[in-house]
Design a protein around this ligand. Structure first.
Ligand code: APR
Length: 340
């Protein structure tokens, strides 16, 4: 089969012919319908972030497809079933899993990181992890539920805990951030979207932002947010992964408010500890989502409360995966999917 194989940071991806995986006894072999292209892959390709599996490794962690073969003990899933493949697979028995917090599983396995991923024609995954997709949900577009939607769903609902009427500032309106905007608005929040790209801000408006701020055009975003909210937002979400924007998001939060860090950075961030104490601020991180979050999320898509097709702005065949990273870097895409 054809797959996009990562050979290390700076070396990049090569589309190669590799052996088709074989489903183990408790696994299913999924024929990949589409795989979303995430900024995390760019961290591996260009920013020196290592994959857990030593390259070569097939990247891609945001996939949907159709079950092609089932293992001898994988009776829960049927051949021909349309499925979503979660980006991260969990062990089910570590303390975090036992506490219902599988998204921080001690033994988590991420596709296209710990194990071969879905920039490929086929991928083998445990049968217990795949989620059935209703017939009304478009199969290829559904791939982005696996990360671009599930990550902000957990962030907005479980970690930032957005309530109706909350003022919510979202830093970063890319593939993940646009859904933080969409889901925070759906939760009843008054959403202030922040980006440096006018196109992204226009999309943010379409997806439910009440107000937008171009961070490149104002002195301090926090000053603008304080003006708009009368003293600061109830909740700030950072969905970029930049120490400076994490610091600015922190400054946007009102007394008793909450900062939720969704973007990834390996760099240190400088926050005034006295403000955390004196304003009783909460700072929470958010990583992926729990398996149980997928069911209500898929239901929201099925009910058309969340629009998938408008946010899939680009489609590429696997051979042109490189172009998806180009449009991401140019800032002209919201989410690209590759169709193997
Ligand atoms: N201020 C405001 N917005 C910014 C800034 C800044 N200084 N720098 C970048 N942005 C915006 C970009 O214009 C873009 O719209 O942040 C957005 C990032 O979006 P994407 O590149 O599409 O990245 P995405 O896939 O959404 O991932 C964002 O979440 O899951 C993590 O690892 C992922 O850290 C990454 C983050």
């Amino acid at each position: 089969m054809k797959a996009a194989v990562f050979h290390g940071s700076g070396v990049g991806l090569r589309i190669e012919e590799v052996p088709r995986p074989v489903a183990g006894p408790r696994e299913v072999l999924v024929k990949v319908a589409a795989c979303g292209v995430c900024h995390t892959d760019l961290h591996y390709l260009e920013h020196g972030v290592p994959t857990f599996k030593k390259p070569p490794v097939i990247l891609g962690h945001e996939a949907s497809g159709v079950v092609e073969e089932i293992g001898a003990e994988a009776s829960t899933v049927k051949v021909g079933q349309r499925v979503l493949i979660p980006a991260v697979l969990t062990c089910g028995y570590c303390p975090a899993c036992r506490a219902g917090r599988e998204n921080i599983c001690a033994n988590m396995t991420m596709l296209g990181n710990h194990i071969d991923g879905a920039y490929a024609e086929y991928v083998a995954v445990p049968a217990k992890d795949v989620l059935p997709l209703p017939a009304s949900v478009p199969l290829a577009e559904a791939s982005i539920i696996a990360d671009a939607l599930s990550t902000p769903f957990h962030a907005v609902k479980n970690r930032a805990r957005v309530q109706p009427g909350d003022t919510v500032v979202v830093f970063g309106c890319g593939g993940v951030g646009i859904n933080a905007v969409q889901l925070a608005a759906l939760a009843g929040g008054y959403v202030i979207a922040v980006d440096i790209n006018e196109r992204k801000l226009a999309w943010a408006k379409e997806f439910g932002a009440a107000v937008t701020i171009n961070a490149a055009k104002v002195d301090r975003v926090s000053k603008e947010v304080k003006k708009l909210t009368g003293g600061g937002a109830d909740v700030a979400l950072e969905v970029i992964g930049n120490p400076k924007t994490i610091e600015e998001a922190f400054e946007c939060v009102r007394v008793g408010g909450r900062l939720c860090v969704v973007g990834y950075t390996h760099e240190a961030v400088s926050l005034v500890a006295g403000k955390i104490m004196f304003k009783e601020l909460e700072i929470v991180g958010s990583l992926g989502c729990r398996p149980l979050d997928y069911v209500p999320l898929i239901r929201l898509v099925e009910q058309s409360k969340i629009d998938l097709s408008r946010q899939v702005t680009h489609r590429f065949p696997l051979q042109e995966l490189g172009k998806a990273f180009e449009v991401m870097k140019e800032g002209v895409s919201l989410r690209s999917i590759v169709i193997p």
